[in-house]
Design a protein around this ligand. Structure first.
Ligand SMILES: Cc1cc2nc3c(=O)[nH]c(=O)nc-3n(C[C@H](O)[C@H](O)[C@H](O)COP(=O)(O)OP(=O)(O)OC[C@H]3O[C@@H](n4cnc5c(N)ncnc54)[C@H](O)[C@@H]3O)c2cc1C
Length: 457
């Protein structure tokens, strides 16, 4: 084990916390700088009425083994609650259950041949291992080929539009493959039931335990500490400038924030690297959390194929999270709209988005009334997930950069999965072990060699 160095991890989302955990496991001195007032990034929680729950909806799959190992380490895995869920579709002005094979076979918008082709496409996608081949095709080319034009127009096109807007045209087939493979894993077998899990107390509970663990093992956490700039320090190491004008020197820095922000943060990065960071397009989201007296839907996710609906989906969180023990007897619904990072809709006012959501729900659900809404809050973020465009993996920026000691390791490096916590922390550990740590060790070795050489001279 080399001597302990001072590391700064920029970003206190799950990627930052995972990298900090890996550094602590290797005996390093770690500080985490997070711009927001609390750690957790996209997984952080907020208060809705008298309920504290995630700002964005989160579920865990039984197949999320790396996340479950982490929860075991934090003594939380045994508390997990696993629930069978149902999926709905809003299509042709009606709600349909699509939770098992029998319901799929009854799904009215599609004829028999179309159902066969849709089922076949999903099954085939779940069996594909060589995802790189899929990166060469647009998602539209691939889906039209396997599902046919009818299924594409009736199902895939509206779903892709709802999730990606016009950006679906540049998105590769790897996107649908990763998504399908994850959802397929959630089902015990074939088109049978889905099992989703959560930790009581939600991510707020996980984050408290995780951050406590890090602090107990020597990490320093700095919230409300946005990093503005990272530059090489004349006397060695990297000088980090914070938003409040402070600056500090670290031996190494790992930035886990979104790629366009990394390009801005590190002026000494090669121009070609900056271009790669800037070239990554992201999907953002506007997501309302609505606390209700009564549930509105029996489905965890209601996918929407009717194009007049301005939402990506309706998520009834209380089909999974126990209302009595976790939500004070109330019900929690999320209303997300995903949009490309340059879309004006990400800046829509809270009042307009709220009105849009409520009037849409009034049309979709006969029993819904605004009087049942106890609290309504809107979260938005420009950088959720890097868009997996055609040939995406060939255009990724490097993790080990031209600036010695500065590493750029973020979720944009997920190339064979969709964005979720399990994938993010698995990638964090994998890339840390394969790229960051070996580079650090070879730099240490080189500098030890130089010192010895000078000593012997
Ligand atoms: C609507 C929605 C639904 C989701 N559903 C699920 C789900 O069901 N299951 C699941 O497993 N995953 C889900 N996810 C994905 C999951 O939240 C992400 O995979 C994960 O949180 C990504 O973590 P990250 O650390 O890479 O990024 P982030 O959480 O974005 O962390 C980056 C951090 O960097 C900070 N930062 C930015 N700039 C600076 C700066 N200059 N200085 C210091 N700090 C800075 C940010 O404030 C942020 O905290 C969902 C996400 C969303 C948005």
């Amino acid at each position: 084990m080399p001597e302990s160095s001072r590391w700064l991890v920029i970003g206190g989302g799950v990627m930052g916390l995972q990298v900090a955990t890996d550094l602590i496991d290797r005996g390093q001195q770690v500080t985490i700088a997070e711009a927001a007032p609390t750690m957790g990034g996209l997984t952080s929680a907020w208060q809705l009425g008298d309920v504290t729950w995630d700002r964005f909806y989160h579920v865990t799959l039984t197949s999320d083994t790396v996340l479950r190992d982490l929860l075991r380490r934090l003594d939380l895995e045994s508390q997990m609650q696993w629930v069978e869920t149902k999926t709905g579709f809003y299509s042709g002005g009606r709600l349909h259950s699509m939770s098992n094979t029998a319901e799929f076979l009854k799904f009215p918008p599609l004829n028999w041949i179309e159902k066969l082709r849709l089922g076949g496409t999903i099954f085939y996608a779940s069996k594909i291992r060589n995802w790189r081949r899929l990166e060469k095709l647009t998602v539209e080319q691939w889906l039209r080929r396997w599902s046919g034009n009818g299924v594409f127009e009736k199902i895939w096109h509206p779903l892709l539009q709802a999730k990606l807007g016009e950006a679906y045209k540049q998105t590769s087939a790897a996107f649908i493959w990763a998504h399908t493979a994850r959802m397929y894993k959630a089902r015990r077998s074939g088109m049978k039931t889905e099992m989703f899990g959560y930790v009581p107390g939600g991510y707020a509970n996980i984050l408290t335990r995780w951050v406590d663990w890090l602090r107990q093992h020597g990490a320093t956490t700095m919230a409300s500490s946005p990093v503005h700039k990272v530059v090489t320090h004349t006397e060695g190491g990297l000088r980090v400038e914070f938003g409040d004008g402070r600056s500090e020197v670290y031996d190494n820095v790992i930035s886990t924030i979104a790629s366009p922000q990394i390009a801005q943060q590190v002026p000494e990065l090669d121009e070609s690297e900056k271009q790669r960071h800037r070239g990554i397009r992201y999907l953002g989201v506007v997501c309302a959390s609505m606390l209700m007296q009564r549930p509105i839907s029996p489905y965890y996710v209601t996918n929407i194929t009717d194009t007049w609906v301005p939402l990506t989906a309706v998520i009834e969180m209380s089909t999974i999270v126990d209302s009595q023990s976790q939500l004070g007897g109330k019900h929690l619904v999320y209303l997300p709209k995903y949009l490309p990072d340059d879309h004006d809709g990400l800046n829509e006012s809270d009042e307009d988005y709220r009105e849009k959501c409520l009037s849409t729900l009034e049309k979709m659900y006969d029993h819904f009334s605004r009087d049942q809404v106890l609290d309504f809050k809107i979260a938005r973020t420009k950088y959720v997930a890097a868009l997996s465009t055609v040939d995406y993996s060939t255009r990724l920026p490097r993790i080990v950069t031209n600036v010695p000691g500065f590493y750029a390791l973020n979720s944009a490096h997920i190339v064979k999965g969709n964005l979720n916590v399990n994938e993010t922390i698995s990638l964090g550990t994998e890339k840390f072990t394969q790229e960051v740590w070996p580079d650090y060790l070879s730099r240490m070795e080189a500098s030890a060699g130089q010192t010895l050489h000078q000593y012997l001279k």
